[in-house]
Each structure stands twice: as structure tokens, then as C-alpha cells.
Design a protein around this ligand. Sequence first.
Ligand SMILES: C[S@@+](CC[C@H](N)C(=O)[O-])C[C@H]1O[C@@H](n2cnc3c(N)ncnc32)[C@H](O)[C@@H]1O
Length: 285
Amino acid sequence: MAKRELESVDEQDKADLEGIEVHLLTEGIYQHYGFDFRDYSLPSLRRRLWKRVYAEGLTTISALQDRVLHDSSCMERLLLDLSINTTAMFRDPSFYLSFRQKVVPLLRTYPFVRIWHAGCSTGEEVYSMAILLREEGLYDRTRIYATDINEVVLQRAKAGIFPLERMQEYTDNYIRAGGKKSFSEYYTAKYGGALFDQSLTKNVVFSQHNLVTDHSFSEFNVILCRNVLIYFDKTLQSKVHSLFYDSLATFGVLVLGSKETLRFMAHEDAYQQIAPPEKIFRKVK
Ligand SMILES: C[S@@+](CC[C@H](N)C(=O)[O-])C[C@H]1O[C@@H](n2cnc3c(N)ncnc32)[C@H](O)[C@@H]1O
């Protein structure tokens, strides 16, 4: 066999072996800890696993498997690597504007509103929603359930302290999202950051929930799950959509991230997109 051909067989071998190691590691994590990353999208999973391999001073994914299974603190570190927590207040302002215009009038017809933020990360979108609902006079009859797989980000969400240096960006987003006040009314500079008005979380329950392994825990009028499902493969996305379908009241509203879709998902036909191009869907059957 020519040298170049041998090299490419070698490369293929390495990739196959890596695939086996990733499979064994995720299966081990699932069986031992119950966290299910088995159907997470492979390229992003590989990148994050290698980052942890190097950070632990190891050289293979198999060595990481050994450490993770015998040392729960290593599992916690890996959990942080595997959850991508990027977020922002009033992220995609046009979505919030549409929510005000198209969804708020629907919510006004309910005596009580239940909202679920699934994969809320450090809580910026939860505070954004609380501000919007307060300005629309709906906050007092709303209960928001904000969940994430990652306990560390939930603790930050509860604290409600966000980086001061992002306040200009958030103020711009807030204005473009149809904000009705001066954004600075909602926070004070404290503890080295922007501490948000604690009354904004009066009706918020933060708790850990794993979209892959945990069940539905209530019935909601609105479910927001933005920029979470992009990290799952199609099978897992569809499974989570069944969970959302089961958790949403009839005529309830489902919100996805700007790059996410319902196409080819379980219950795709049960929804109508109510404010294209925003990913706001209404459950109609
Ligand atoms: C990129 S952040 C999105 C935050 C926010 N929804 C937004 O759009 O700005 C993704 C969040 O999903 C959470 N996540 C990942 N897998 C999850 C799972 N299986 N169950 C619940 N949350 C999960 C991560 O911990 C992370 O906080």
C-alpha cells in the first residue's frame, strides 16, 4: 500500500477509535450518573471532551472515562464543559418585540399564566421576561419555572448579578425589544456587577431539570427553549419536543431559538408559527 494510503487508513482508524471512546464514555456517564449525553451532536461533544482531557493533564478520552467514573468532582468539571451557557438579556430583541405584540394579548385572556424557561442558563432571559411581563401588567398573575441541567448556572441566575460591562449592550437590546422605561431602573451597581431588582424573581422558581431524562412536571401556557436543542441530535430533539407537547396546554405557545426549527420533529403538525420569522409557535391540536 502506498505511504499516503496508509496514512489515510491510519487517520480513519483514529477517528473510528475516538468514536468508540466517546460512545463508551457517554454510556458510562449515563449508567453511573444518569446524565445522558449519548445523543448530543458529535463534533461539539468531541471538542468539549478534548478540552477536558487536556485540562486534566490526560492524553486520551479513555483516560478521561476512567477519571470521570471514579471521581465525581471530575464529572462536575466535565458537566460545566458540556453545557454551553452563552446567553444575554433581551437576546434577539425582535423576538421580544413580537412576544409583546403577538403573545401578550393572548396571555391577557388568561386569569393565571404559567411559563417554563427550559435551559435558562444564568437567567438573563428569565429576568428579561419578568421585566417585559411587569411592563405589560401581567407579572403578578404569572408564575415562571426556570430550569437548567446545570446547578452552577442556576445559582448565578438566582443571585441576579450580571456583568456591568454588558449593560450598554443590554440597554440597546431592551430598547429594540420595545422596552417602556429606562433600563437602568432595573438594576443597581453592587457586588462588582449589576444587581437586578430582586422583586423580578418574586414569582420565579429556579430548579434543576434535565430535558433528556426528566419528565414533564406541569402544564404551561408558554414554553421557551432557546438555543438548547441545537446541541442535540435529531432523535434527541424530537424526544424533547414530545416532552414539550405533553407539557403545553392547548393553544399554548412554544418558543425556540432563531436557528432552531420544528421541521421533521415529533408533533410538527400540531403547531402554527404565529409571528414568522420569529420562532414562536402555537399549539393548535
Ligand atoms: C446556550 S444556553 C441557552 C441559554 C438561553 N436559553 C438563551 O437562549 O440565551 C444552553 C443551556 O442549555 C442547558 N442544557 C444543556 N443540556 C441540557 C439538558 N439536557 N437539560 C436542561 N438544560 C440543558 C445548558 O446548561 C445551558 O445553560
